[in-house]
Design a protein around this ligand. Structure first.
Ligand code: AMP
Length: 221
């Protein structure tokens, strides 16, 4: 099973991916997290990506495709995985299909207005160590400003500043939104109203996933 989460930055893909990972034990593969880690570790790839990410532009397809290719071939992804932030354009979607043989696929797009996204992104905080996600409005940490899991001081992502948010949303409109039609044509697309509570959205996602998974099980038995 390959679960793909689409949606503009700040629509809650990372949070839903974490919940799906916890419940179904498919690992979350977030290209944003992989890139931020590479930057923190000052790898060559991280150095190439850093300036582009700061501007809210897309990193080159080759870089992200290589990251994803390596990650999804690790043993824990054999049964399935959740993609958060990948693919972000048609070329990446096609490249993903060429990375491995047939795999059942389900795509969720979190649908949200741009006003709501801008409001959410400016109150988002992340843990720079374990990448946990918080929101000062509706997902506050237990102790103000510190990560519940590892106690690290939370930060505002550099690309969550107002001017960069606008650019990231523009990039989404121009390059990524078209994936909706791509996956609709494949018959695997599900639009989900992302303006509701995290739990309600997750319940909708689970209902669809359970259906798909039961089909996989009945096919295998
Ligand atoms: P995210 O955490 O998914 O919002 O990603 C943060 C930034 O990482 C994006 O604004 C891009 O600069 C870069 N990035 C993440 N995923 C991709 C991707 N699939 N293709 C190109 N750039 C990406």
């Amino acid at each position: 099973m390959r679960v793909i989460l689409l949606g503009p930055p700040g629509s809650g893909k990372g949070t839903q991916a974490d919940l799906i990972e916890n419940k179904y034990h498919f690992p979350k593969v977030s290209t944003g997290d992989l890139l931020r880690r590479a930057i923190e570790e000052k790898t060559e790839l991280g150095q190439k990506a850093e300036a582009i990410m700061k501007k809210g532009e897309l990193v080159s397809d080759e870089i992200v495709e290589e990251l994803v290719r390596m990650r999804i071939h690790e043993a824990d992804c054999q049964k399935g995985y959740i993609l958060d932030g990948f693919p972000r354009n048609i070329a990446q979607a096609q490249s993903l299909e060429s990375m491995e043989g047939e795999r059942q696929e389900v795509v969720f797009e979190l649908l949200l207005s741009f006003d709501e996204i801008t409001r959410r992104l400016s109150s988002r905080r992340i843990c720079p160590r374990c990448m946990a996600i918080y929101n000062l409005q509706n997902q506050r940490p237990k102790v103000d400003e510190f990560c519940d899991h590892c106690g690290t001081k939370l930060i505002l992502r550099e690309d969550d500043s107002h001017s960069v948010i606008e650019n990231r949303l523009r990039v989404y409109e121009q390059k990524t939104k078209i994936l909706r039609d791509y996956y609709l044509a494949k018959g695997v697309y599900h639009g989900v109203d992302g303006a509701r509570s995290v739990r309600t959205i997750f319940d909708d996602i689970c209902a669809i996933l359970e259906q798909k998974l039961s089909r996989v099980i009945s096919r295998e038995s």
